[in-house]
Design a protein around this ligand. Structure first.
Ligand SMILES: Nc1ncnc2c1ncn2[C@@H]1O[C@H](COP(=O)(O)OP(=O)(O)OP(=O)(O)O)[C@@H](O)[C@H]1O
Length: 373
């Protein structure tokens, strides 16, 4: 059940407006392009909706670039095209306000594109029924999910979703037990406790369990370890990794590049609402300076590996963590010292020339932005 974004743009000041279903419309679910009538400039140039907003230029002739909020800068997302594949672990990075939370809210139809489409399994989730189906398959865990706990007991909180689905009490019970086990909480010990007498980390696990009890096939996590201490962070990341290993597709928004490098199959980077780049962690993090220009770092071992390459130490273009970097340097040391005992005194940049980097932030099909630069 892949989720495909097709030229998705979103404006908080011109949210999608549902249109009446027309007979005979198939995969669009019967909806027109989702454009608010008031957003004249959007409709005026639907092929490049983010380029220019003359209607919001306060009457002045000069058009304003469009991105973000507040007024006059309208687009939170601009022309996003990519596909979330089944079973992958996708990381989402970007500076503050780049559109990460807005992007993930499109994945289960919580919000709909102002223009463009989101297809789940080929079906446009602008359609109400398709969005409802997507919602039962795609579990979203927002930042600080423990703030949304509300029931008198842990059991009732986790059971809320399954009960809402109209499931039989025995099925609800089975799901509560299973999902509490998935987040490593002891059912008998915790079931009758108030969520509010638990530690912050336990509360977050309960909130996670409530989403897992819906048995989603995809788990979308918005900064899932924000605010946790180092031990709890680690536990949580391992939990998320285990859920992925068990078959769930995972999307994780994070500001921590080490976490993205360690866990993700691919990383999508947003810049001012546009897709800046999308690739494996090795591909993305080999471009430290471009990332630095948009306010992002790279994992610390990778930064050192990039610096060493710049200094003429030949390292493969792979992704390094501390251990693998140490291993690679040790191998290089052994190789060179056995060839010539003096070879390591001065690194020789000419000896093994650095291969040219692949072009960066280009060639992402459908994302060549007609967007503001
Ligand atoms: N409810 C809203 N109404 C109007 N504008 C909004 C709303 N929510 C977000 N925005 C604007 O949309 C843009 C993208 O916001 P979003 O929250 O998606 O960014 P983000 O990358 O998740 O940020 P952060 O890293 O700070 O969580 C920002 O300019 C933000 O100010």
């Amino acid at each position: 059940m892949p989720i495909a974004f097709e030229q998705v743009s979103y404006s908080y000041s011109a949210p999608a407006k549902k249109k009446r279903r027309r007979k005979g419309d198939a995969d669009s679910g019967g909806f027109d392009a989702l454009v608010e009538p008031g957003a004249a400039s959007v409709g005026a140039d639907s092929a490049s909706p983010c380029a220019i907003d003359t209607a919001k230029s306060d009457g002045a002739d000069a058009p304003k670039p469009l991105w973000g909020n507040p007024a006059g800068k309208t687009w939170a997302l601009c022309n996003i095209t990519f596909t979330l594949e089944d079973g992958e672990f996708l990381g989402i990075a970007g500076h503050t306000g780049s559109g990460k939370s807005t992007l993930i809210q499109h994945m289960n139809g919580l919000i709909h594109p102002t223009s463009g489409r989101v297809l789940v399994d080929g079906v446009d989730i602008a359609d109400k029924k398709a969005a409802a189906a997507a919602r039962s398959n795609v579990g979203v865990v927002f930042q600080y999910p423990e703030h949304q706990l509300f029931a008198a007991t842990v059991y009732d909180d986790v059971a809320f979703g399954p009960r809402n689905m109209g499931l039989a009490a025995s099925e609800v019970d089975a799901r509560v037990r299973e999902s509490l086990a998935q987040v490593a909480l002891d059912f008998d010990e915790i079931r009758d406790k108030s969520p509010f007498e638990l530690s912050g980390g336990q509360q977050r696990r309960v909130a996670f369990a409530g989403v897992l009890a819906m048995r989603p096939t995809k788990l979308i996590l918005d900064e899932p370890v924000a605010g946790l201490d180092p031990a709890a962070r680690n536990d949580f990341l391992n939990l998320i990794s285990d859920l992925h290993e068990s078959g769930l597709t995972v999307v994780m928004v994070s500001h921590t590049m080490d976490d993205l490098a360690r866990y993700c199959d691919r990383v999508l980077v947003l810049k001012e609402g546009s897709l800046f780049t999308l690739g494996t962690p090795a591909e993305v993090f080999s471009h430290a300076s471009e990332l630095r220009d948009i306010g992002l770092g790279v994992p610390s071992a990778q930064k050192l590996a990039n610096d060493l390459r710049e200094a003429g130490i030949h390292l493969n273009g792979e992704l390094y963590d501390t251990q693998s970097l140490a291993d690679a340097l040790a191998t290089l040391y052994r190789k060179r010292s056995s060839a010539s005992p003096d070879a390591l005194d001065v690194p020789n940049a000419q000896e093994e020339p650095r291969t040219a980097d692949a072009p960066f932030a280009s060639g992402i099909e459908g994302n060549e932005a007609s967007c503001p630069k």
